[in-house]
Design a protein around this ligand. Structure first.
Ligand SMILES: [Zn+2]
Length: 131
């Protein structure tokens, strides 16, 4: 079971709200099964209301900051402005990292859910929020 720090969870929810009507995106760093920090990134997708593409230079900088904090890159996050917190066909097609946890927040239902996406197969991942 994974644990997600409450501060990171709140930042993810706020980032989704701030980016409406577009999708937001970011990555999560932590140690073992504890997701400690959220690193927000700019969504550079051509149609940001329907998909996400993290700004590459921000992604590299976030990973550098993570390493300085001795964290591993454990998760990737994006929001769905008006659909369920479940991977879309595009999300599955673009899921290149089987080891990462994919967090999806629905601004419609306010649910934050987590998944592994491996070779097109979506598996829900359980987590709980900790202080
Ligand atoms: Zn999506």
């Amino acid at each position: 079971m994974y644990r997600l720090r409450q501060e990171a969870e709140q930042k993810m929810r706020l980032h989704a709200r701030d980016c409406l009507p577009s999708e937001c995106c970011g990555i999560l760093g932590g140690i073992d099964r504890l997701l400690m920090d959220y690193y927000p990134l700019t969504n550079r997708a051509i149609t940001p209301t329907k998909s996400f593409f993290a700004a590459p230079e921000e992604l590299f900088e976030a990973i550098r900051r993570m390493r300085r904090r001795k964290q591993e890159h454990l998760g990737i996050y994006h929001s769905h402005p008006d659909s369920e917190a479940y991977p879309s066909a595009t999300d599955v097609k673009m899921a290149f990292y089987p080891q990462l946890i994919y967090f999806i927040f629905s601004a419609k239902t306010l649910e934050l859910r987590a998944f592994h996406i491996v070779e097109g197969n979506i598996t829900p991942v359980s987590y709980f929020v900790v202080d």
